[in-house]
Design a protein around this ligand. Structure first.
Ligand SMILES: [Mg+2]
Length: 245
């Protein structure tokens, strides 16, 4: 039986995609410009987005930070705001900007509408529920707190806190151990083939479940231990099937 179900966080449980994020950035820049005559909100938003995207690209697929020791999200974001505000000739606003940004992100995080129903069902079935996520500890914990996910989760493993990241098998081994489970009794659900599915398979979990919300990526080759769902509503029944009843 799959007694333990791990989830990826971003784009699996938490819905904070590029459009929502750009809206957050614009709102912060608008607030700053309203209090700083001469500051162009649109130019600042462009400057911040450009720097943020370049940093994310440099980190590679699925990883939300460059390799190596992981700074807090606040530290990373402060550096990006300082660069963008320097370009817009208001470097003195960097601390104000990052605090407003953190606050605004908190209110803009959302869960996909299929999340809580699925988690309720899994809990009712007695399964242990965890999150395995790549990212800085402060940012990922803020998402879990702001969305109300915390009360559904038995454990949370964040790459920025354990200094090992998906798709490496160490982070899965660590999570399985913390859950008091074994790899064959655990499964992992996530939107990324590169980090979630490949990582869970490499770690020998009982099942790797690809949450393909968009249907835009070609499906990988057949694999007895990889399953595809397009909504979390399908997860409880899939797990019952895999349990053999
Ligand atoms: Mg994800």
């Amino acid at each position: 039986m799959l007694t333990t179900v791990f989830f990826d966080l971003d784009a699996t449980l938490v819905d904070f995609g590029p459009n929502a994020w750009r809206g957050t950035v614009r709102a912060v820049c608008g607030g700053l410009a309203a209090a700083a005559p001469g500051l162009d909100a649109a130019a600042l938003a462009d400057a911040y987005v450009t720097r943020y995207v370049a940093r994310a690209r440099a980190a590679g697929p699925g990883a939300q930070h460059p390799p190596g020791p992981i700074p807090s999200a606040r530290t990373a974001w402060l550096g990006l705001w300082r660069q963008a505000l320097t370009e817009c000739r208001h470097p003195e606003l960097a601390e104000t900007a990052v605090d407003a940004y953190i606050e605004r992100r908190r209110t803009d995080y959302a869960l996909y509408e299929d999340v809580l129903g699925a988690l309720d069902e899994l809990r009712a079935a007695g399964r242990t529920i965890g999150v395995i996520t790549n990212g800085p500890g402060d940012a990922q914990r803020a998402k879990i707190a702001a969305t109300g996910l915390a009360r559904y989760l038995d454990l949370v493993v964040i790459s920025g806190e354990v200094e090992t990241a998906k798709p490496g098998r160490e982070i899965f081994d660590l999570a399985v151990g913390r859950a008091g489970s074994t790899a064959d009794h655990a499964c992992h659900v996530g939107d990324s083939l590169a980090t979630d599915v490949a990582g869970a398979r490499a770690a020998g979990l009982g099942a790797a479940i690809w949450l393909d919300r968009t249907g835009l990526v070609p499906a990988p080759g057949a694999d007895a231990r990889a399953y595809r769902i397009d909504t979390l509503r399908a997860l409880p029944a899939l797990l019952r099937d895999l349990d053999g009843h």
